[in-house]
Write a protein that binds this ligand. Structure first.
Ligand SMILES: *Cc1c(COP(=O)(O)O)cnc(C)c1O
Length: 386
């Protein structure tokens, strides 16, 4: 049986979420905009789901925009804020360790005449605050800094960044895809104007995302997708009712269980990581060991190739680099940004843990890895150099 330690790439849909969705594919098939009884029947379910999503991050329901993915939410937030405020300035600040959905969106805006500063991070992956303060300008209209990194799990000081940026009149967005369900989030306390998260990273289906937009900002943004008045006019298209209901259920589960969920995920991660570091020589953790979400352990196995290790330890599903870049030979932009030796980068694997993992799986995975690492190092030319 495969050991699935790739929960940052995607999660299995929780059976409770699946069961909540099923009636909405055929029995309750109405369009929530229809005024007849079949439409009316589902309208309440969409409203309820929106309330649950809002409750999880302490927002209000009218601040929740459903989108087609976390990537779409990032695109909507960044592109449309930039366009709405271009009369005020054309400078955007983000970090060098963002997900591609943020980085590539910012690059695309450079082609529209915006100027982007990509903040460096320290060797643990934390944003350089002094650099940030110096980078802020009067024409900075948007700051987008992720809450938790998808490769190494490092948590950024988003609250402090939001405070400083807001005081200078900039809009603040955070990509919280890897943070929701792994830490307590209160959008007001965090002080951000926009926050992104995604269904399939929290046991709902792939293909649904959320953008929280505070009510004042919302008025100023135009949609990326035109055509209808859905999502308060910010995203046209008939609502994906089954997925919205599923996401609502996924959030409802987290509202009730977040503390125990965090404790469980952390116990599996910590057991796995402690044993790997103790029992396999020449290994180290990339990123911050405590300012980190409980779900991620990115480990370098020196003198071997991560991809080769994945072949030798096939039962363990994990990622080499980040999932999106694992087919490329370039070392990950995140590991490069935290100054990991390029040779070591290739020996890095990301293990990411979730609700359905067990301590037994952690132990079994360590045993498999020990064996595989030993075999590979015996034939590694890199090892001979030691
Ligand atoms: C997965 C992920 C995304 C993209 O979400 P999708 O729903 O897959 O488009 C964006 N940002 C981060 C940090 C992610 O981990």
């Amino acid at each position: 049986m495969a050991i699935y330690f790739d929960n940052s790439a995607t999660t299995r849909v929780d059976p409770v979420v699946r069961d909540a969705m099923i009636p909405f594919f055929s029995d309750k098939y109405g369009n929530p905009s229809s005024i007849h009884s079949v439409g009316r029947e589902v309208r309440g379910d969409v409203i309820r789901a929106r309330e649950l999503v809002a409750e999880l991050i302490k927002a209000t329901p009218d601040e929740i925009v459903f989108t087609g993915s976390g990537s779409e939410s990032d695109n909507l937030a960044i592109t449309q804020t930039a366009r709405a405020f271009k009369h005020k300035g054309r400078h955007i600040i983000t970090t060098s360790v963002e997900h591609k959905a943020v980085l590539e969106t910012c690059r695309a805006l450079e082609d529209e005449g915006f100027e982007v500063t990509y903040l460096p991070v320290d060797e643990k992956g934390v944003v350089d605050m002094e650099f940030f303060k110096k980078a802020l300008r009067d024409d900075t209209i948007l700051v987008s800094v992720m809450l938790a990194n998808n490769e190494i799990g490092t948590v950024q000081p988003v609250k402090e960044i939001a405070e400083i940026a807001s005081a200078r009149g900039a809009i603040v967005h955070t990509d919280a895809v890897q943070a929701v369900g792994k830490m307590h989030i209160d959008v007001n306390e965090l002080g951000v104007h926009m926050l992104t998260f995604s269904g399939h990273k929290i046991y709902a289906p792939k293909g649904i995302g959320v953008l929280y937009v505070d009510i004042e900002l919302r008025e100023k943004l135009k949609p990326l997708i035109h055509g209808g008045q859905q999502e308060g006019g910010l995203r046209a298209g008939t609502e994906n009712v089954p997925y919205i209901v599923g996401l609502g259920k996924a959030c409802e589960i987290l509202i009730g269980t977040l503390d125990s969920e965090i404790r469980h995920i952390k116990s599996v991660r910590d057991r796995f990581e402690k044993r790997v570091l103790e029992e396999i020589s020449d290994t180290y953790v990339n990123g911050h060991t405590h300012k980190r979400v409980p779900s991620i352990s990115d480990i370098t196995f020196k003198y071997i190739e991560g991809e080769a290790l994945m072949v030798y330890a096939q039962e363990i599903c994990c990622s080499a680099g980040s999932a999106c870049t694992s087919s490329s030979v370039n070392p990950s932009h995140v590991l490069t940004a935290i100054n990991i030796d390029p040779v070591d980068c290739h020996g890095a694997l990301r293990f990411s843990f979730g609700r359905f993992n067990t301590l037994e799986e952690a132990d079994r995975a360590v045993d498999i890895l020990k064996n595989a690492v030993e075999k590979l190092r015996k034939m590694s030319p890199l090892c001979a150099r030691k």
